[in-house]
Design a protein around this ligand. Structure first.
Ligand SMILES: NC(=O)C1=CN([C@@H]2O[C@H](COP(=O)(O)OP(=O)(O)OC[C@H]3O[C@@H](n4cnc5c(N)ncnc54)[C@H](OP(=O)(O)O)[C@@H]3O)[C@@H](O)[C@H]2O)C=CC1
Ligand SMILES: N[C@@H](CC=O)C(=O)O
Length: 420
């Protein structure tokens, strides 16, 4: 097997870990010839630089890579522009590409994959969803024979790290800072906490598993930043915890899709995921549920996925290709909801809330009020019987205007207790 020349674009958390995994794995048939990054002198003094071969060229000029005889470009910078145009140039000059860039693959992947096919090269992105968990190769190859109708799970390690630590008593801001320091969060952590990272991953999974091309902008997202310690206490009383859940389901010609913090019953495996653990449950018509799980963020787990993709290219991998259809998204799921209010307590609040829910046609299932809270800032919870997210949005708009409300009511979808 002829040795393939490899270029690494980006020597950050994942890129530098790829250098380490490559060096320690001593894989035959690959040679790291180029590393591109801005300000390379700074990068040369980072801990993983010691794993870079002496012969590797470090450059701040992307054309040194694009005009070279490199065979495979590994892109670990992130973002859409100018990365797309760089990868297009690489592909048109006959280079295969390995990337962990979920935004690029979600928004522009269809065109890039077509271009790679036209130029008879590979574009592989196994690390773009769930970091070190081989969910993409598993779905592409291992479940190609099934008809997957639903994909659901936890695909953002930062949010899972934050929520599982909050469940154990930590403060939101402290754990977010910790996730950033550990290299789990995106360059702008709003991508994690506000759901945009998970949304991109959900769209990639939908393309592969549901064979549905979605416009990521159509998929509703809800931030985890409004979840508070009190929500974990009330969730526990309901036999649940709270996790950021990404869900997409084929319903006729449309796809129901949403990314949001949701109440997850403790009976479901997703409730047991802690730290950076990701978990994806693919539900197939013939094979039933298949669960993928492991570390979804972090340099070294993600580097394993990147190096595995690289080795697949080097060893002449070719993936199963099945037809994909563009699908319209609806964000409306029919499910019970959790509503948490913080009010300046006075008589008549519960009946006003019940009135607002009745007005939109939602039925109350339970009411929870823990004793001991300050009546001037009283948190309490109402759960509803199954209703649509859009119905709850209307109710929240009405209730948010009530004089007694000290903050916008928090509305969370509740997952059903059993997998299908
Ligand atoms: N971290 C993780 O757990 C995971 C990350 N990913 C994805 O992998 C990719 C890389 O992530 P990660 O390693 O965490 O990110 P980092 O920010 O740690 O690394 C990105 C690297 O690219 C460099 N860089 C950024 N912009 C430019 C530019 N315009 N020109 C040259 N160099 C540039 C940065 O340099 P500088 O240091 O100067 O900023 C940095 O070295 C992203 O697409 C991310 O979404 C996927 C799965 C998991
Ligand atoms: N920021 C992402 C990194 C992996 O994709 C996450 O936290 O999951």
């Amino acid at each position: 097997m002829a040795t393939k020349k490899i270029a690494l674009l980006g020597f950050g958390t994942v890129g530098s870990s790829v250098a380490k995994v490559l060096a320690t794995g001593k894989f035959a048939g690959v040679e790291l010839t180029h590393i591109y990054n801005r300000d390379v002198e700074r990068k040369k003094s980072t801990p993983n630089a010691k794993f870079v071969p002496k012969t590797t060229v470090w450059t701040e000029n992307i054309n040194d890579v694009l005009s070279s005889d490199v065979d495979i470009v590994i892109e670990l910078i992130g973002g859409l522009d100018p990365i797309e145009s760089w990868l297009r140039k690489a592909i048109t000059s006959g280079k295969s590409v390995v990337t962990a860039n979920k935004q690029l693959i979600a928004y522009r992947g269809a065109g890039l994959l077509r271009l790679a096919k036209k130029h008879n090269v590979q574009l592989i992105h196994g690390a773009a969803v769930a970091g070190g968990v081989p969910v993409i190769p598993g779905l592409l190859q291992g479940q190609a024979g099934d008809q997957i109708t639903r994909i659901r799970g936890i695909v953002n390690g930062t949010c899972n790290f934050i929520l599982s630590k909050m469940e154990a008593g930590a403060e939101y801001a402290d754990v977010l800072a910790e996730a950033q320091a550990l290299g789990y969060a995106e360059a702008n952590p709003s991508a994690d906490v506000d759901g945009f990272d998970a949304r991109a991953k959900l769209c990639i999974l939908s393309r592969i598993a549901l064979r549905a091309e979605l416009d990521p902008e159509q998929v509703p997202t809800q931030s985890i930043s409004a979840v508070q310690a009190i929500d974990f206490a009330y969730a526990k009383e309901l036999g649940c915890t709270i996790r950021q859940i990404s869900a997409a389901e084929l319903v006729g010609a449309t796809v129901q899709a949403r990314v949001a913090p949701m109440l997850v019953p403790n009976t479901l495996p997703m409730a047991w995921s802690h730290g950076t653990q990701n978990m994806v449950v693919a539900s197939g018509r013939f094979g039933g549920d298949v669960v993928f799980s492991g570390h979804g963020a972090g340099g070294e787990p993600t580097a394993v996925a990147v190096v595995s993709d690289l080795l697949a290219v080097v060893h002449g991998h070719s993936s199963v290709e099945l037809p994909i259809k563009k699908r319209v998204v609806t964000g409306d799921f029919l499910s019970p909801h959790y509503l948490r209010f913080v009010v300046n307590d006075k008589p008549g609040i519960v009946s006003a809330i019940a009135g607002a829910l009745a007005k939109v046609g939602a039925n109350i299932d339970s009411l929870l009020q823990r004793p001991g809270h300050d009546k001037n800032a009283l948190p309490f919870v109402v759960t509803t019987e199954p209703c649509l997210n859009s119905t709850m949005d209307k109710a929240v708009r009405i209730m948010g205007k009530m004089d007694c409300m000290l903050e916008k009511p928090l509305c969370l979808q509740m997952l059903e207790r059993e997998e299908r």
